[in-house]
Structures are given as C-alpha cells and as structure tokens.
Design a protein around this ligand. Structure first.
Ligand SMILES: CC(=O)SCCNC(=O)CCNC(=O)[C@H](O)C(C)(C)COP(=O)(O)OP(=O)(O)OC[C@H]1O[C@@H](n2cnc3c(N)ncnc32)[C@H](O)[C@@H]1OP(=O)(O)O
Length: 397
C-alpha cells in the first residue's frame, strides 16, 4: 500500500466520506433526499479523510459541550462517522486518523472527546475509556401499575414531526443537563431526525407540560405484530424533573394496543421500575458501554470538576498526546501539575473512566489498571473522585 496521508476534507468531499462510512457499516449510500437532510451534520474543517491514491478512511466530529461532575460544561468534540474501506483495514489507517484528529483537538482547545463505539476493542488504544453505561429494558404494560405515590404529571401534547423539528431543540436546551450529558447542537438534530423520518412506522412525539410550560418529551413508534401484539419502541425521552418523568410514563402506559415498551440507552439510575407496584414489570435486558471519553487536555479537564478531601498525586501516561503525560495533584484545594512522587499511576484511558464517576478507582485498581503506592490509596482515591450520581449521556451520535 502507498503511504497514507490525512487531511481535512473539502465540503465537496463530504458525501464521498459519508458513503464510505455507511459502506463500512454495511449500509448503502444516502439517497439525494436523505443527503439533503443530513449534510449539515458535517462541520467544515472537522471531517477528516485518509488517502493513499484515493479516499480510504474517514472520521468526523462536531463541537458541543459536555457536562462534567459538579455541573461545569467543557468544550468537547463528538466523534463519529469512523470508517475504513474494507480492503484497507488493519494497516494503520484509523490510527493515522485518530492521531491527526486528537492533535487537532488539542491545538484548538477541545478539553474532551466523546464517542459511541461499534466495538469495545477499537478505541482504548487512543486514550478513550468507558465513561458511562446504559441499559436496555422492557416494560410489560399489563403488569406496570403505577404506585399511588407517583406524581400525576401534567398535560401531554402530540406533535407532528415537522413541529417536533421546530420545537424539540429549544425544549431539550431548556432542560437541566446532568453530568455525562451533552448539548445537542444544530448539527446533531438533522442526523437524528433523518433517522426518525426513515422509520418504517410513524414516529410519535409527545411533549409534557408542567406548571411552567414544556418540561419533557418522548419520541416513539409502535410495531404491531399479529402474533406477539404491539411493541412501543421509545427512542428518546428526556425530562426536567420527577413530575415530568411520571407524567410521560403515565401517558406512554395509556397508549392503546401496546403490550410492551422497549427502551435503549437509558441511564442506570433512572428509577423506572420504582414507579410500579410490581418492580418486575420493568426487566433490564442488557447493560452496555454508552459513551467513551477521551481527556484531550488533562489539566483543564481535571480542573473543571471538583475533587474531594485530601490531595493525591496521579501520574498519567498518554501515548498519543504526550503533552498530557505528567503528574497532577488533585484534591479539594484544586488541581495543579507537580513533580511530587505519585500515589497512583495510570494511563489516560483509565483516567477517562474515573473522571465522570462511572467507575470507582478501586475497581480499576482491582483490574490492574491503576497502580497504587500503598494499600490504603485505593480507598482515598475513591473518596477523592466520588460523585453524587452515575454519568449518563442519552444522546446517541
Ligand atoms: C465512533 C464511531 O464512528 S464507531 C464506528 C466504527 N466503525 C466501524 O465499526 C466500521 C467498520 N470498521 C472499520 O471501518 C475499521 O475496521 C475500523 C475503523 C474499526 C478500524 O480501522 P483500521 O484502519 O483497520 O484500524 P487500524 O489498522 O489503525 O487498527 C489499529 C489497531 O486496532 C486494531 N483494531 C482496529 N479495529 C479493530 C477491530 N474492529 N477488531 C479488532 N481489532 C481492531 C488493529 O488490529 C490494530 O491493532 P495493532 O496496532 O495491535 O496491530
């Protein structure tokens, strides 16, 4: 193979990159109509191509903000669209793309990169670690009786897809975002809504109205099977508070001709089964990795979230962005680089795993991914990194 070079794609190359990516996922090219809807997901300057004699690999990203523990928002890049032509895989094309992309992120002040991975084996080598996990679950609507204490919730309004397209971006932006969640930019919505328009069953959007106006929404479709009955697939569900959560569920459970409701990409702490008199009405089918996080600027990322208690020194190794390699003192009094002896030694992908609170450091010590100086250090690290909730993103890209 000839040498591989990587560069930012010109806008007239975006469609070829999109076709290459879809082919890597075993999907056909976008129709003209679909391309018209989705081309704006390509952020100029942020779609990369790998070339030998022709385009052989691609990755793109869009800028957004990530909510970190403590509630601060940091500049992030949402990485997606990764594909290498099937006749050029396993010869370093993705590695060249990832190195180029991460260096570019670091140069322009991106603090973190986030992605959803097709396979668990791909991204750890580039410094990404599993930040959040999600569950797939199914609700048996015949068993799902709401407990008397569940709030009544407010009014439900049905929206057409065109109305949803107009109103949901503003509604999502008005909701409180928890750690692990990301902002949904004007480049995210067209891609998501193009998928929704492509469903084989009509999409239904419902908005929940609380005392101060719209405060939650859900998008679903219903698949009716003559043998197994109706299955509602809830594809998106976000809400401001417990009343909106309950109100949306009160409505979803009231929809006729639905025997079960399936959900994916739900946070592990979402108290769905606790709404029901029989908690087994909601069955968790699978727990999987959700977002993979990559701390691009380790010092800025560490400083953006609170750490608790007595300070500890971490020695971090970053094989791709060497500028991150070094020792960091973290504690309730802040974060700074240091030359002090380390209490714990870890790679940047492992740091990304504990950063958002999705894993206790002691779990990673047990897994051999953090080396500690003395036995008590794991417990001190747990206390230092402790967060009030597990991270969850809930925005697939
Ligand atoms: C965020 C997203 O967009 S997720 C979508 C990811 N895309 C896909 O899954 C589409 C189908 N797959 C592909 O297009 C390609 O196989 C890619 C992009 C996953 C990998 O591209 P490649 O150019 O083959 O990766 P590259 O050769 O740089 O691999 C680097 C290393 O990772 C390993 N690796 C990469 N992908 C895989 C994989 N899917 N399974 C096992 N190992 C893998 C390689 O073996 C290599 O290991 P080595 O350094 O020990 O030799």
């Amino acid at each position: 193979m000839n040498d591989v070079s990587v560069r930012a794609l010109r806008e007239d190359e975006f469609r070829a990159a999109h076709t290459l990516f879809r082919a890597a996922l075993h999907t056909g090219p976008a129709t003209d109509e679909r391309w018209e809807r989705v081309h704006s997901v390509y952020q100029p300057g942020s779609a990369l191509g790998a070339f030998d004699d022709e385009l052989i690999g691609t990755v793109r990203s869009t800028d957004a903000e990530l909510v970190v523990p403590g509630g601060a928002r940091v500049p992030m890049a949402a990485v997606t669209g990764v594909g290498v032509r099937a006749d050029r895989t396993r010869r370093g094309v993705l590695t060249a793309l990832m190195r180029h992309q991460l260096t570019t992120f670091a140069d322009r002040g991106v603090v973190a990169a986030v992605l959803y991975a097709t396979e668990g084996v791909i991204y750890g080598r580039y410094g990404y670690g599993i930040a959040s996990r999600y569950r797939k679950c199914t609700v048996d609507t015949r068993r799902a009786q709401l407990r008397l204490s569940v709030p009544q919730g407010g009014r439900i309004e049905l929206l057409s897809l065109d109305e949803a397209e107009r109103r949901l971006p503003e509604l999502y932006a008005s909701l409180p975002l928890r750690p692990g969640m990301i902002t949904r930019t004007e480049r995210w919505w067209p891609g998501f809504l193009a998928q929704v328009r492509n469903w084989d069953k009509p999409a239904v959007t419902v908005v929940h109205h609380g005392p101060d106006g719209p405060d939650g929404f859900a998008i679903y479709r219903v698949d009716r099977d003559p043998d197994s009955g109706g299955t509602m697939l809830v594809e998106d569900l976000h809400f401001a508070d417990a009343a909106a959560f309950a109100g949306l569920w009160r409505f979803l459970l009231s929809v006729d001709l639905v025997e079960r409701i399936t959900l994916s990409y739900r946070g592990l702490e979402e108290p769905l089964e606790l709404l029901f008199t029989d908690p087994r009405a909601c069955a968790t089918k699978e727990v999987l990795d959700e977002t993979w996080l990559r701390l691009v600027d380790v010092e800025a990322a560490l400083a953006a979230r609170p750490w608790r208690g007595e300070a500890l020194v971490l020695e971090v190794t970053d094989a791709v962005l060497d500028r991150n390699t070094g020792r960091y003192r973290i504690g309730s009094d802040g974060v700074r680089r240091t030359e002090e002896e380390p209490d714990a030694v870890l790679d940047v992908d492992t740091l990304s795993m504990i950063y958002s609170g999705g894993w206790r450091p002691s779990t990673l010590v047990d897994a051999g991914r953090i080396t500690v100086r003395e036995p008590g250090t794991a417990a001190r690290l747990d206390e230092c990194a402790r967060t009030p909730s597990l991270p969850w993103c809930g925005t697939f890209f």
